[in-house]
Design a protein around this ligand. Structure first.
Ligand code: CA
Length: 667
């Protein structure tokens, strides 16, 4: 919390106070730099509120703001605005890794000081930051007189939508962020997780989420009793019902509203990252995006086991073989799950004790020689207190074996009664990332807290699951992601940040394993396209090595980049289709991924993002003529074409299909 006041005072240094007249206005409107977005903030009868207008269309009507601290005090009424400060930002910053190397950060900012006139005489600060692609706002409760601990029982933030928008969402479960998305109108929804994405009847797209979630509980939304299109903040509680515990002061995450005229505007928005603090890491050389394989899918298929026995996956022999395959095909790492003692005692294991058939020293030394890192695995199975008790030694153990990235897991409920999305766990995930950073270790969290852009501040939080990934296509899963699932993710979950989806399954049906009723519901070409569409700085080739051998389409996975200079969503409609182009960082190639839902479709894309006066070779991996996800998922047509900036490309996506393209300048 000490940092908080440093940030506030730094903010005030360049802020311009306009409240020089006798009485501060009690309502103020600010505009985005391009003037399309207007937000009014004020107080009415002492109660703070805001509203949002986009291109003269009111998206959010007057909505309440305020914080309640049980019987301690009430920071929701009795306020006057005592001071208003304006400032603006116009800068470009460089990412350590990401969708774009440089990010444009241009905003108009306002800070409102609210002062209670009676009773507790509380001082509450509201900050609003308007970008062309949306708005973020947060509360700051500075230190008050005679208060040294805070117990937040409710955040009153409302989102009173003006119309019965169509939304894509899943219902709230404090312990699971892995649920199928449904599309429905607001009036039919009760509780939703964020990013909560909508399309208004007038065709405006917006998404509610949060940025910089730290030392606070995750925000979910629930239907407000006010009207059928109103939602209010519902923070995930501690077991005792308190929402957030703090010492003398409190700063909430930014509540964000991303806005656009096209669905792709949401994907092209960098608002969430812009609302996070720059990293303080001095050295970031050790933080590297990577492609990896793993001893993982075999367990999901039931061909191997996590625990020791005749089918144990994590053996020295299996791992050395996979290192050879990974090295031959230029992968950077391999993940090995089920390596530590004792998976039969689920959740009671030792993070420093390998099974006897897993010789970690031999494996990591061999990997080093071959240029393939071991990616560590810490599955807590929800026994987070046990993990915390071993955290230092477990990280030290991997560090000693030269492990530079660890996948963490939090399957099941948290054993001590906390929720995955509550403050205690938010702080746990944070602690792991900070402790890992001290040892130059990167973290890929599964069953994580949702992403809110803190990767800008903590770039070693490389990726995370959160949402239904490939594992829910495994034989054990009752979910079996529908063909439309991955056409919803880029407009919802992925607005928060990267996802370790683990694409690249080539054996889409499981007949060869004797499994009839389960499969991956895509074509093979779509699996390739997912490497570009679903952004992650770590991308897995998730299938077994044997399923890649002899398949020419594997060349796309070998070539595809994982770190980008520039990313552009070219077209898309939520739940229907999406096409994304990305230019590799430190290289000249572009990669394009395009995917569709059950609907077969033709799309025309312009290549005007290419450099002028250059010829390029386009290597196209498209659905074969007879391909479709249901009956014939495997045919992939590989075509080469010379293309230029002025060209258009026609994509033809099969039902449940996709297309992946590499565009390389011709020397
Ligand atoms: Ca999972």
């Amino acid at each position: 919390m000490n940092n908080l006041f440093y940030h506030i005072s730094a903010f005030l240094l360049f802020a311009l106070t306009i409240s020089s007249c006798n009485r501060t206005p009690q309502e103020i409107t600010i505009q985005s730099p391009n003037k399309q977005l207007n937000v009014t903030v004020g107080q009415d009868k002492g109660e703070p509120y805001y509203n949002v207008i986009f291109n003269e269309d009111t998206l959010i009507m007057d909505s309440k703001l305020g914080l309640i601290f049980g019987s301690q005090f009430d920071a929701s009424h009795g306020f006057e605005i005592s001071k208003i400060e304006h400032s603006s930002k116009d800068t470009i910053w460089e990412t350590v890794w990401g969708e774009d190397q440089f990010i444009y950060e241009k905003s108009n900012d306002i800070t409102l000081h609210l002062q209670q006139t009676q009773k507790n005489k509380l001082h509450l600060i509201l900050q609003f930051r308007l970008f062309n692609d949306g708005v973020g706002f947060r509360y700051i409760l500075p230190q008050q007189q005679n208060i040294d601990s805070l117990y937040l029982t409710n955040e009153l933030t409302e989102f009173n939508f003006t119309s019965d928008n169509k939304a894509w969402a899943f219902e709230v479960d404090y312990d699971s962020y892995e649920k199928p998305y449904h599309s429905n109108i607001l009036s039919k929804l009760d509780s939703v997780q964020t990013p909560f994405t909508m399309k208004t009847p007038k065709g405006v797209y917006l998404s509610i989420h949060e940025a910089a979630l730290k030392n606070y509980a995750s925000m979910t939304l629930k239907k407000s009793i006010k009207n059928k299109t109103s939602f209010e903040c519902n923070l995930v509680p501690w077991p005792d019902g308190i929402k957030v515990k703090a010492d003398r002061s409190l700063q909430t995450p930014w509540r964000t509203i991303q806005v656009g005229n096209k669905a792709t505007d949401l994907i092209n928005s960098r608002l969430i990252l812009n609302l996070n603090e720059p990293t303080q890491y001095v050295d970031t050389e050790w933080i590297k995006p990577m492609k990896y394989m793993g001893i993982w899918w075999g367990m999901h298929l039931g061909q191997q086991t996590w625990y020791a026995g005749p089918k144990h996956g994590a053996t020295t022999k299996n791992t050395l073989e996979l290192i050879d395959f990974a090295a031959e095909h230029h992968f950077d790492g391999i993940l090995v799950e089920g390596w530590n003692y004792d998976w039969k005692k689920f959740g009671q294991w030792d993070f420093k004790k390998p099974y006897p058939d897993f010789d970690i020293k031999k494996i990591t030394e061999y990997g080093k020689k071959k240029g393939v890192e071991l990616i560590g695995h810490h599955e807590t199975s929800g026994n987070v207190e046990l993990y915390e008790s071993q955290l230092d030694s477990a990280l030290n153990y991997y560090q000693a074996h030269n492990v530079k990235a660890i996948k963490t897991g939090y399957v099941g409920q948290i054993k001590n009664g906390q929720y995955h999305q509550g403050q205690w766990m938010v702080e746990h995930y944070q602690r792991v990332v900070e402790e890992a950073a001290k040892r130059k270790i990167n973290i890929i969290a599964h069953e994580p807290i949702k992403p809110t852009g803190i990767r800008r501040t903590y770039p070693n939080f490389l990726s995370r699951e959160g949402a239904l990934g490939q594992e829910f296509n495994a034989p054990w899963s009752a979910v079996n992601n529908s063909p439309s699932h991955t056409t919803i993710l880029p407009f919802t979950r992925l607005l928060g940040g990267p996802m370790d989806f683990t694409p690249g399954i080539f054996a889409l049906t499981y007949d060869k394993y004797g499994i009839k009723d389960k499969r991956v519901n895509t074509t093979l070409a779509k699996q390739l396209a997912l490497y570009v569409v679903i952004y992650s700085p770590v991308q897995m080739a998730a299938d077994l090595a044997e399923n890649y051998k002899g398949n020419d389409a594997f060349s796309f996975i070998k070539e595809v980049a994982v770190d980008w200079e520039k990313s552009i969503a070219l077209n898309g409609e939520i739940g229907e289709y999406v096409t994304i182009a990305r230019k590799e960082r430190d290289g000249d190639r572009w990669f394009i991924g395009s995917i569709t839902n059950e609907q077969k479709r033709e799309l025309e894309i312009s290549l005007d993002f290419l450099d002028p006066d250059k010829e390029y070779l386009a290597q196209i991996y498209k659905d074969g003529e007879t391909a479709n996800w249901k009956e014939n998922p495997y045919p992939v047509q590989m075509i080469h074409r010379i293309v230029q900036k002025n060209d258009k490309l026609n994509l033809s996506l099969a039902s449940g299909g996709g297309e992946a393209i590499i565009i390389t300048p011709v020397q």
